[in-house]
Design a protein around this ligand. Structure first.
Ligand code: 5AD
Ligand code: FES
Length: 344
């Protein structure tokens, strides 16, 4: 038996690997790894796929992350923010389209005070729907207030666990604070999602292996891993690496092996650089898809990276399209809210 097969067997049985073993998986061609992740997804999660309706409610951001098209120094970005009642209306649209979760995502926009966010969350929670927040670094008190208003989950990617790289990518931010935010969220009782970018300049396979060990260590409930896609109005505009899709896919599959019962999205960034990206991801360990429920104008303006998918599609069309894709690979759309079912 090759050492690759030994490592996969160990991962399938124990859901633990050390860094060297992860590096071997990440350096492999990915075929056996993705098959193994698909098998483990089937065993622990089954064939249901959870849909989360994404509402990108403001692209105004005070941060300057080097990779992100919404970074505040990008003066070409056409900025918008939805008013609280508009956000609530979109959430209701999500309910009518059959979503069981809405994800409220934005740049770090200080207009949305705690009071405004709590109003939005509690109004949306009057419907029978789970609410996920993805609005960045806040104080523990703020996280507590959102939770009290009914928020169920929180997404905050660590982006990279390589501290030097983190520093270069995130001017005026602190790695330690980001980690503390994640532990605060856990402590308060959120389902916590994190994740990373794959393909940042100077990022190594070694550091991606560390990212995966971090996900295991923090015992995240959700992990989103996406390929880095250069945005023309950022300092990283020339840093395209065609291998990013494959490495992101392998990192996602390895994450499934170590955290077999968590929720893992087939990320939109994967589909952006590979027309079959979400299907390939769903067949390599993923069990979640996050279609957008905003109208075209806003989808276009929320340009974290270029060439986002479905820009001209109506939200109802995406809902049907993704369901058809899911069914085409023998899977089905879940009828429940899709919380993590702790199996191990
Ligand atoms: N390419 C791919 N993903 C990106 N993100 C931000 N900028 C880019 C980019 N250029 C991701 C970050 C963030 C998430 C909302 O989008 O990981 O957490
Ligand atoms: Fe938008 Fe297919 S998911 S058109």
């Amino acid at each position: 038996m090759t050492s690759l097969n030994n490592i996969l067997e160990k991962a399938e049985q124990t859901h633990t690997l050390d860094k060297d073993e992860l590096i071997i998986l990440l350096n492999s061609d990915g075929k056996a790894l993705c098959e193994s992740a698909n098998k483990i997804r089937q065993k622990y999660i089954g064939d249901e796929v959870h849909l989360r309706g994404l509402i990108e409610f403001s692209n105004i951001c005070k941060c300057s992350c080097k990779y992100c098209g919404l970074r505040s120094p990008n003066q070409k970005a056409d900025r918008y923010r939805l008013e609280p009642d508009e956000i609530i209306e979109y959430a209701k649209k999500g309910v009518s389209l059959g979503y069981k979760t809405v994800v409220l995502q934005s740049g770090e926009d200080t207009y949305f005070s705690v009071d405004k966010m709590c109003y939005i969350i509690s109004e949306i929670k009057k419907n029978d729907i789970a609410v996920t927040l993805s609005i960045g670094e806040k104080t523990k008190e703020e996280y507590k207030a959102y939770k009290k208003s009914g928020a169920d989950r929180y997404l905050l990617r660590i982006e990279t666990t390589d501290k030097e790289l983190y520093k270069k990518m995130h001017p005026n931010m602190s790695y330690e604070n980001r980690v503390e935010c994640l532990y605060n969220l856990k402590d308060i009782g959120y389902e916590v999602g994190t994740g990373c970018l794959v393909g940042l300049p100077e990022q190594t396979i070694d550091s991606i292996a560390e990212d995966i060990l971090f996900f295991k260590d923090i015992n995240a409930d959700m992990i989103g891993i996406g390929p880095f896609i250069p945005h023309p109005e950022t300092p990283l505009k020339s840093e395209l690496n065609p291998q990013n899709f494959d490495i992101a896919l392998k990192a996602m599959a390895a994450t499934r092996l170590l955290l077999p019962d968590i929720n893992i999205p087939a990320t939109t960034a994967m589909e952006t650089i590979n027309p079959m990206g979400r299907i390939i991801a769903l067949n390599s360990g993923a069990n979640v898809v996050m279609p957008n429920i905003l109208d075209s104008d806003y989808k276009k303006k929320y340009e974290i990276y270029p060439n986002k998918i479905c820009l001209n599609e109506h939200s109802g069309k995406c809902r049907n399209c993704i369901e058809a894709k899911i069914k085409s690979i023998g899977r089905f759309v879940s009828e429940n809210k899709g919380f993590r079912k702790h199996i191990i």
